[in-house]
Design a protein around this ligand. Structure first.
Ligand code: A3D
Length: 311
């Protein structure tokens, strides 16, 4: 069986880690694509990762390029092209610059690999994945945004830190937009199947929810320049792996809703089945009235940013 081809559009902080993880997990051969001014940087990263092969034992080929011809026959793209936040910025502040970049990337991917599955990471996420979908004209199962996987991972981390139990055994989901209005669903969170609401008191749980909502900003402030990259990279790799291996994992992702949860025509974080057909299904469940209100607030925030794209 031929090796799969994973192309990373943007070879910066997240892109470099995506390349490392793709190779270490032997997901396939890896192309790191960036703008001509950064071609040397991605060629250098690719060569460095090739030279890690004797130590790590993976056989993936990794190349860096600025040539769109090289992305032909890609199975899965992961897009981080754009600029990240600086302290004091919110994700929406990135809209103008990153929208231009996503439009360019969508046009080129459509031309060179029209059947690929595409995972968007660039911010503001819910608007960028929408823009990619509109400009590329791809089918809805081919396009998805990575945010809920990371936001849920952060929620899991904080619950694990609070209880002292393994993060691996914490399951939970965060729905909605990738911004401060996101909706952590504490009611359904468990540690090894035990409801979190029986392990952590309500006041503390609310504080953990609040920390989750601004967890990205907490890291931006600490860095002083740029945003998180290790956990975002692994979150997207989980999605890519589920597609490449037809695992049918259920991961909160920004998927196009067409009636699910009463939402129509927007990409927003919902539990999504990812398999070899890309986005295969959105799993709906009954929300409480309070959760419905929260979801409606986050949808309004997403709609506002999407409107600003003019698409
Ligand atoms: P960074 O290290 O700056 O890398 C971005 C790369 O994109 C740079 O190497 C640029 O040269 C490259 N680039 C710019 N324009 C193009 C283009 N037209 N074609 C190809 N490459 C291009 O940033 P990063 O990796 O830290 O973050 C990338 C993006 O992810 C930012 O928009 C972040 O805000 C976003 N991000 C999203 C999440 C989510 O959970 C959704 C988390 C963390 C970061």
């Amino acid at each position: 069986m031929a090796r799969k081809k994973i192309t990373l559009i943007g070879g910066g902080q997240i892109g470099g880690n995506l390349a490392l993880l793709s190779a270490q997990k032997e997901l396939g051969d890896v192309i790191i694509f960036d703008i001509p001014q950064s071609e040397g940087m991605v060629k250098g990263k690719a060569l460095d990762l090739m030279q890690l092969r004797p130590h790590d034992g993976y056989d993936s080929n990794i190349i860096g390029t600025s040539n769109w011809e090289d992305v032909k026959n890609t199975d899965v793209f992961i897009i981080t092209a754009g600029i990240p936040r600086k302290p004091g910025m919110n994700r929406e502040d990135l809209l103008d610059i990153n929208l231009g970049i996503i439009k360019d990337v969508a046009t080129n991917i459509k031309q060179h690999a029209p059947n690929a599955f595409v995972i968007v990471i660039s911010n503001p996420l819910d608007a960028m994945v929408y823009a990619f979908y509109k400009v590329s004209g791809f089918k809805k199962n081919q396009v998805v945004g990575m945010a809920g996987a990371l936001d849920s991972g952060r929620f899991r981390t904080f619950i694990a830190m609070e209880t002292g139990y393994s993060a691996q055994d914490v399951t939970c989901m965060v729905l909605g937009g990738h911004g401060d209005t996101m909706v952590p669903i504490s009611r359904l969170a468990t540690v090894g199947g035990v409801p979190v609401t029986d392990l952590i008191d309500n006041k503390r749980l609310k504080e953990i929810e609040d920390r989750t909502r601004v967890a990205g900003g907490e890291i931006v402030k600490l860095f002083g320049n740029g945003s998180a990259f290790y956990a975002p990279a692994q979150s997207a790799i989980e999605m890519a792996e589920s597609f490449l291996k037809d695992k049918k994992r259920v991961i909160p992702c920004a998927s196009l809703c067409e009636g699910e949860f009463g939402i129509d025509g927007y990409f927003i974080g919902v539990p999504t089945v990812i398999g070899s057909n890309g986005v295969e299904k959105i799993l709906e469940f009954t929300l409480t009235n309070n959760e419905k209100n929260e979801l409606s607030k986050t949808l309004n925030a997403v709609k506002k940013t999407v409107t600003e794209t003019g698409l």
